[in-house]
Design a protein around this ligand. Structure first.
Ligand code: GTP
Ligand code: MG
Length: 200
C-alpha cells in the first residue's frame, strides 16, 4: 500500500473525544522511547507528523492520524517510564487501558519492543493482559539498524525462546528500523490486508 495522505486529526486525554469509530484503526504501543512516534513518521514518509524526542515520555496523549482518508494510525503514550510521577503515570496507563478496551474499530495493536534488549517483564505482562482480553496484537521489533545482521537474528531468536516459555506460539512479528525504512512495506501490507477483511 502507498501512503498518499497523512493528516493529524486530534490529540486527546479523554478517549470519549476520539474521532468517530467508523474506519479501521491501528495503534502503536510500547515502552517510552522504543520508537513509536518515529515508526509512524517512517510509515507515512512524513518526518514531522508524530512528535519525537530523545527523552522518554514525549507522547502523552492519544494522537489520531488519518491515512489515505481511509484508516487511522494512533500514537499512544509509552508505558514504563519511571521518571514520570506516580500520579501522572497511573493517568497515562488509565488512558491507554481504557482506549484499548473500548475502541471498537481498533483492528490491531502493534506492540513495539527494542530489538537490542531481552524480553522485558513489563512487555510480557502487557501482552498477557492483551491476550486475556482477546485483543489482536502483533510485535514490532524496533531500531534494527543499531545491530549487526547476526546480532539481530540472535536477539530475535532469543526473544522467541523467552516468549515460548509462557506462550504456545510466537505472536506474529515484524522487524523494523525507522532510520533505514526496514519493515515499512511489511507493516503497510499487513494493514492493507486487514483493512480488506473488515467493512465499516
Ligand atoms: P515516547 O513518546 O516517549 O513514549 O517515545 P516513542 O516510543 O514515541 O519514541 P520516539 O519515536 O520519540 O523515539 C525515541 C528515540 O529513539 C529518538 O531519539 C529517535 O530518534 C530514536 N529512534 C526511534 N526509532 C529508531 C530507529 O529505528 N533507529 C534508530 N537508530 N533510532 C531510533
Ligand atoms: Mg512518542
Amino acid at each position: 500500500m502507498k501512503v498518499n495522505t497523512a493528516e493529524f486529526i486530534i490529540s486527546n486525554s479523554d478517549i470519549t473525544r476520539c474521532p468517530k469509530a467508523n474506519m479501521p484503526e491501528y495503534a502503536f504501543i510500547g515502552r517510552s522511547n522504543v520508537g513509536k512516534s518515529s515508526l509512524i513518521n517512517m510509515l507515512t514518509n512524513h518526518k514531522g507528523l508524530a512528535k519525537i524526542s530523545g527523552k522518554p515520555g514525549k507522547t502523552q496523549l492519544v494522537n489520531h492520524f488519518l491515512i489515505n482518508k481511509e484508516w487511522y494510525l494512533v500514537d499512544l503514550p509509552g508505558y514504563g517510564y519511571a521518571k514520570v510521577s506516580k500520579n501522572l503515570k497511573s493517568g497515562f496507563s488509565k488512558i491507554i487501558y481504557s482506549y484499548i478496551e473500548s475502541r471498537e474499530n481498533l483492528l490491531n495493536l502493534f506492540v513495539l519492543v527494542d530489538a537490542r534488549h531481552d524480553a522485558q517483564q513489563i512487555d510480557l505482562n502487557f501482552m498477557e493482559w492483551l491476550n486475556g482480553k482477546g485483543i489482536a496484537f502483533s510485535i514490532i521489533f524496533t531500531k534494527a539498524d543499531k545491530l549487526t545482521k547476526r546480532k539481530l537474528a540472535d536477539n530475535i531468536e532469543a526473544y522467541k525462546q523467552q516468549m515460548l516459555v509462557r506462550w504456545e506460539e510466537m505472536p506474529p512479528y515484524i522487524i523494523s528500523s525507522s532510520s533505514s525504512g526496514m519493515g515499512q512495506e511489511e507493516i503497510l501490507n499487513f494493514i492493507e490486508e486487514t483493512n480488506k477483511i473488515v467493512s465499516f
